[in-house]
Design a binder for this molecule. Structure first.
Ligand code: NAD
Ligand code: TYD
Length: 353
């Protein structure tokens, strides 16, 4: 007889960077939940991110597009989905500047399709959760002072953040209009293992290792607030289980870095690890044309999550960066796999190489 599970959780985007960490955490920590990873494997999705758990009894992968109504309805029926943790998205700001429509499709239409399907599938709204995973970029750009809180007005400025803001608004609308049991989280920039090398940290590590130019946009003075991806996954676990319905929670670790300082830090760390002479990798830094509409600064106030739900980051940035760099140095096969195919084409177009 087939085993029954206490919950059947649909995790969308589980083959991506953050999604794979959330899937791994839930599969290992909750053997009594079945985790259904629903992902259409875009350039950013990679099943080798989940090799260590792919044969577990409580894990299933379903290849499918969140925009496709039939595919989403089928997965809900086939696995009697009780809860959703929604991470599937187009996630890169530079790509959103090149082509915003894919962001509207996946991030907005795909999210509404999931909300609608959950609403239709769940006969009553008790004992279900739809947790939508979002970004601090919906709040816009900060000046030199202040932090984003849950009550900061939305002011998205890139096509990516506009699409995420729209999806957040639909999630809230489904709570207020239909009573769908939603939770929402907005996190700062993540870093860690299995991060596709188009975002700042993995791109810089990859290029330092390969002695390629390190493209710093503008003067490198923009500030991002960095959080280790496994701490984000722990926060999602906490909010999914203990957060209040209809509420949003900011996630971040008070860890602001100017881009140029971060790139130099990575250069020094890798000089040591690769036995290069001091200062060698910094010579690769190349200032390039600034990103259009480049948000100056992001910084998150996560005190609501800390005070109400007791979550805190588990490691420092220095510890996390060292683990991350070591992971990239020890996982060359993964890098080769994800940078084959379209990556070279994207890279040449993006950085005029
Ligand atoms: P990612 O780009 O690494 O992964 C996205 C995943 O979604 C991929 O596996 C991809 O195949 C899948 N996907 C894309 N379109 C899909 C579709 N139409 N149907 C099904 N699957 C699809 O992204 P990430 O960095 O892991 O981000 C995950 C989520 O977290 C996103 O919603 C993002 O907005 C949010 N977020 C990211 C960060 C960050 O720093 N990366 C910070 C805060 C919030
Ligand atoms: P990114 O990792 O794309 O995240 P986001 O734009 O969502 O915050 O970029 C982080 C910061 O690094 C951002 O200020 C842009 C900058 N950046 C560069 O300077 N060079 C690069 O090659 C990339 C990808 C980003």
């Amino acid at each position: 007889m087939e085993k029954t599970f206490q919950k059947n959780i649909l995790i969308t985007g589980g083959a991506g960077f953050i999604g794979s960490h959330v899937v791994r955490l839930f599969v290992n920590k909750y053997p009594h939940y079945r985790i259904v990873n629903f992902d259409n494997l875009t350039y950013a999705g990679n099943l080798s991110n989940l090799k260590d758990i792919e044969n577990k009894e409580n894990y299933v992968f379903v290849k499918g597009d969140i925009v496709a109504n039939d595919a989403v309805t089928n997965v809900f029926s086939q696995y009697n989905i009780t809860d959703v943790i929604h991470l599937a998205a187009e996630s890169h700001v530079d790509r959103s500047i090149e082509g915003p429509m894919a962001f509207v499709q996946t991030n907005v239409v795909g999210t509404v399709n999931l909300l609608q399907t959950a609403k239709n599938h769940w006969t009553d709204f008790t004992n279900h959760v739809f947790h939508h995973v979002s970004t601090d970029e919906v709040y816009g750009s900060l000046g030199n002072d202040g932090l984003f809180t849950e009550t900061t007005a939305y002011d998205p400025r890139s096509p990516y953040s506009a699409s995420k803001a729209a999806s957040d608004h639909f999630v809230s609308a489904f709570f207020h209009t239909y009573g769908l049991p939603i939770k929402l989280s907005n996190c700062s920039n993540n870093y860690g293992s299995h991060h596709f090398p188009e975002k700042l940290i993995p791109l810089m590590i990859h290029n330092i290792v390969n002695k390629k130019p390190l493209p710093v946009y503008g003067k490198g003075e923009n500030i991002r607030d960095w959080l280790w991806v496994e701490d984000h996954a722990r926060a999602i676990d906490t909010i999914f289980h203990n957060g209040k319905l209809g509420e949003s929670y900011n996630i971040g670790g008070l860890n602001e870095w100017k881009n140029i300082d971060l790139v130099k830090y990575l250069c020094r760390l890798l000089d040591k690890k690769l036995n290069r002479s001091e200062g060698e990798s910094e010579q690769l830094i190349t200032y390039v044309k600034d990103r259009s509409g480049h948000d100056l600064r992001y910084a998150i106030d996560a005190s609501k999550l800390e005070k109400e739900l007791g979550w805190k980051p588990s490691i420092t940035f220095e510890e996390g960066l060292e683990k991350t760099v070591d992971w990239y140095l020890n996982n060359q096969d993964w890098i080769n796999e994800v940078t084959s195919g379209d990556y070279q084409h994207y890279y040449k177009k993006m950085y005029n190489e």
